[in-house]
Structures are given as structure tokens and as C-alpha cells.
Design a protein around this ligand. Structure first.
Ligand code: AMP
Length: 478
């Protein structure tokens, strides 16, 4: 166990600066190869979290778990997977921005409870976890992690409800935020989404066994058939007998638009829509809102690829791969030291001089967060002889932090929260800069603002953020 003490606050939770989750979850209810299939499923979800990976299986009455810091491919080998017998499995990949190792927080989290062993895998963030944890600790609960997810297991374990499904329903009425969760128990695997359905979670079938995953790209890999999404406010039980669902809360669906802008894989269908199609539509709309006189449309790979395709199609300007990404860069190499981080963008991206030299280009990326990536890319492109750089961003200015499970810096560090578009243009050094409008993004997404979580762009949070969380983030003046 290696938990960074500096990152802990007196209430045992970590500060926003020290701990944020982006995660992927996967489950399979009834298969001879449960652990192996979960391993493959996590492989397809690796983009959702690269810090740790874990799988828990149910073998008879026993839950076993293997988890470790690192990529799925590094954490699991044949020997490790063979230590995970059983026909039901859940898995988790996690990413947090904390520099220190956090094995204690790797998931699935496993608890021995009065209703048998329970394992939990969680994607998202609970905004009232701190408050619930305080309440539980006052009545004697001992927490084993600093993660917000653990409160759910405590609530389930303490519930007097007759079965896991009812106990989970009770627990989920207590927590608030954006969450998709899986619970492995003697009564089957339970999958649930928060009443706002902020994070994705889809159901499928593989050789007669129910499967569940954050994104449908996991089903493609394991040759499962997509069935439907877990509905907002629904708990679904997956078992040998099949799938049964029940509502635990009234749905008020506001899915996260940033999943479509950046986070999800383009080959996934998320919230019933193709992510690739959304991104192309954002790019096409961007071309109409911010045209440019240019010779080429160049994406920032990989995140700007589909939006750049949409921009090129709509504008008629040729699409060109003027930047190449090195796909063999691990996060761990570029993260730890300031001296090394300086090379970060250069390690990842390199211009193709032959393609871009002497050209006027439209440079397309999905978002500008702190502005440091765009600044470095613009400088690299100028060094490669690009004549004009018209930066186009396929989402609106990122104005506010996410409190529902996407890693974003605090408001203080978000360039758009503190500068005008013209100031940002000057900072990154582009000849012009244009962002997709919020209306344009929503129209291309096909949902109105009141049926979408676009808090990172609008600062309007569909699930209220407790004052103490905002204070920790520095978003309110004191
Ligand atoms: P920045 O240098 O902070 O402006 O980062 C912008 C780059 O980070 C863009 O290329 C985005 O594709 C990417 N990006 C946006 N959001 C995230 C996120 N939550 N985690 C990791 N990368 C991100």
C-alpha cells in the first residue's frame, strides 16, 4: 500500500488536485473463460484509464481479485489470470492524475460482508462522498481506500434490505454524482447508472452470457452482441438466468457530451450514438461557424481526427496527416518530472515537414484545456515551415471542472476560464482561433442543453455540487 499522504485531507479523502478518476468497467456473468474475457474487455477500454487495472471473479462462494498499477497488458499474464477461476468476473481500468502510486485505490474493491463477498468497480465521481464518509466514520466504519467509490460498498454492507439489489438501490439513493457501477456478488452481477446517466454503460450478450461494458468497442473485441444501454436510474442484474432490470430512481437523463467530444473511442456507440459520427458532425459545424482560407486541414492525432475529417468534407479543403503520433509512449514516462515533461508533446507528436512546409493549414483539435499542448504544437509546426496556422477547436471553450469523473484541472488552470479567445490565440501563437459554439455542438449532438451534461463548457451542473467540493477546487471565492 502506497498512498501519498500529502494528497490526503483530514477527512481521509483526497483533494481534487490529488485524485481524480477516469475509468472503464467491464463484466461477464456466466462464462468458462470469465477472467480471460474480462481481460480482453479491459484491453478495449484501456483508453479510459491507464493507471491501474484489476479483475475480480466469483468462484463458488469466493471472490478473488488481482489488481496492480499499470496497463492491462502489463498487469495480467497467463499465471495471474489462472489465479482467477470462476464463471463471473468484473474488471476495471483506472486513471488518476496523482503522481504517487495508488495501489490501495485500484479497483475492483472487495469487501467481506454479512451478505457474502462483494466486489465493486466504479466509473464516475460521487459529489457527496465526503459527507457520507464522515457520517459512516462517525458510526464506526473503517475505510480502506481514499476513493469516493468505497462509500457505496459500505452503504450496501450496512443496509438491512433483504437482497443485494434492494440494498444497492437504497445505497444509490444516498449517493449523488455521475456514476456507472458494477457489483459482483453471490446473487449475480449488478450494473447501475446514476439517474442522470452521465457516464455510459452498455449491455450485450456473448455466447449466451450477459456482458456489460463502459463502451461498445469492448463488445466488438470479444465478439459480443450489443443489446441496450443500462438506463439512467436503473439497476440491472446479470446472471446465468439472464438479465432483469429495475428502476431505483426517476430518470432525468443528461449524458456527458465530453464522452463524444474526447473521451470515448470513436468506434463505440455511446448513449445510442456513434462517437465517430458525432465528432465528424462537430467538425462540419465548426467549418460552417469558422471558415478559413487554407491549403490543408490537419488533425491533432488522435483526438482531432474525426472532427478534422468533418471540417475537410464540409469546407472542401483537403485533409492531410501533417502530424504523426508515436503510439508507444506510456503515460508514466512523460508524467513524473518537470524536466522530462518538457519534452512531452515532442515525444508524442512530430510534424511531417514534407506535407506541411510552406502551407496554410487549419489545425483541428477536440479541446484546449490549459493551452500548453496547442502552444507546443503550433511552435513545432512553425519550425517545420508552416506558413499560416488557423486553429479550430471542435468543442466550446473549456470553462469549468468536471465533478462527475472526467479529469479536468481546476478552474484556475483552465485557460478559457481566465482569458478571452483573442488572448488564447496570442498565447498559443496561432494566426486565428475558432471554437465550436455551444449551440452548434448541441445541435450536432442532437440533444438540447437541458438533456445534456455540458458543465465543462457552460459551468451549469445537472447534479448540484456541494459548496465544500467547489471550495476545494477553488471555484468559489472565500
Ligand atoms: P492542454 O495542453 O491542457 O490544453 O490539453 C489539450 C489536449 O489534451 C488536447 O489535445 C485534448 O485532446 C487533450 N485532452 C482534453 N481533455 C483531456 C482529458 N480529460 N484528459 C487527457 N487529455 C485531454
Amino acid at each position: 500500500m502506497n498512498v501519498s499522504r500529502e494528497a490526503l485531507t483530514s477527512d481521509g479523502m483526497e483533494t481534487r488536485g490529488g485524485f481524480r478518476d477516469e475509468c472503464g468497467i467491464f463484466g461477464i456473468a456466466d462464462s468458462e473463460d470469465a477472467a480471460n474475457i474480462a481481460y480482453l474487455g479491459l484491453y478495449a477500454l484501456q483508453h479510459r484509464g491507464q493507471e491501474s487495472a484489476g479483475i475480480a471473479t466469483l468462484d463458488g462462494e469466493l471472490v478473488r481479485v488481482e489488481r496492480e498499477m499499470g496497463y492491462v497488458a502489463d498487469v495480467f499474464d497467463e499465471a495471474r489470470l489462472s489465479r482467477l477461476p470462476g464463471r463471473a468476473a468484473i474488471g476495471h481500468v483506472r486513471y488518476s492524475t496523482a503522481g504517487a502510486s495508488h495501489l490501495a485505490n485500484a479497483q475492483p474493491i472487495v469487501f467481506a460482508t454479512g451478505r457474502g463477498p462483494l466486489a465493486l468497480a466504479h466509473n464516475g465521481n460521487l459529489v457527496n462522498a465526503r459527507e457520507i464518509r464522515r457520517r459512516l466514520e462517525q458510526s464506526g466504519a473503517l475505510f480502506t481506500t481514499t476513493s469516493d467509490s468505497e462509500v457505496i460498498l459500505h452503504l450496501v454492507a450496512r443496509s438491512k434490505a433483504p437482497d443485494v439489489a434492494s440494498a444497492l438501490a437504497e445505497a444509490l439513493l444516498d449517493v449523488q454524482g455521475g456514476y456507472s457501477i458494477l457489483v459482483l456478488s453471490l446473487e449475480g452481477i449488478f450494473a447501475a447508472r446514476d439517474p442522470h446517466g452521465i457516464r455510459p454503460l452498455s449491455l450485450g450478450t456473448r455466447e449466451g452470457s450477459p456482458v456489460v461494458a463502459s463502451e461498445t468497442c469492448a463488445f466488438d473485441l470479444i465478439e459480443a452482441r450489443f443489446e441496450r444501454d443500462v438506463e439512467p436510474g436503473e439497476i440491472v442484474r446479470l446472471s446465468r438466468a439472464g438479465v432483469t432490470g429495475r428502476r431505483f430512481a426517476i430518470a432525468n437523463s443528461t449524458p456527458c457530451i465530453f464522452e463524444h467530444v474526447y473521451f470515448a473511442r470513436p468506434d463505440s456507440t455511446v448513449f445510442g450514438k456513434s462517437v465517430a459520427a458525432s465528432r465528424e458532425a462537430f467538425g462540419a459545424r465548426l467549418a460552417r461557424e469558422h471558415p478559413a482560407e487554407a491549403d490543408l486541414v490537419v488533425p491533432v492525432p488522435d483526438s482531432g481526427m474525426y472532427a478534422a475529417l468533418g471540417y475537410a468534407r464540409e469546407s472542401g479543403i483537403p485533409f492531410a496527416l501533417g502530424l504523426v503520433r508515436n503510439h508507444y509512449v506510456g503515460r508514466t514516462f512523460i508524467e513524473p518530472k518537470q524536466a522530462i515533461r518538457h519534452f512531452g508533446v515532442k515525444v508524442k507528436l512530430n510534424p511531417v515537414r514534407d506535407v506541411v512546409e510552406g502551407k496554410r493549414i487549419v489545425l483541428v483539435d477536440d479541446s484546449i484545456v490549459r493551452g500548453t499542448t496547442s502552444k507546443k504544437i503550433v511552435r513545432m509546426l512553425r519550425e517545420a515551415g508552416v506558413r499560416e496556422i488557423h486553429m479550430r477547436v471542435s468543442s466550446p471553450p473549456t470553462m469549468a471542472s468536471c465533478h462527475y469523473g472526467i479529469d479536468t484541472p481546476t478552474r484556475r488552470e483552465l485557460i478559457a476560464a481566465n482569458s478571452s479567445v483573442e488572448e488564447i490565440r496570442q498565447f498559443i501563437g496561432a494566426d486565428s482561433l475558432g471554437y465550436l459554439s455551444t449551440e452548434g455542438m448541441l445541435e450536432a449532438f442532437g440533444r438540447p442543453l437541458q438533456a445534456t451534461c455540458a458543465a465543462c463548457f457552460t459551468g451549469v451542473y445537472p447534479v448540484e455540487i456541494p459548496e465544500e467540493e467547489l471550495e476545494k477546487e477553488g471555484a468559489v471565492a472565500r
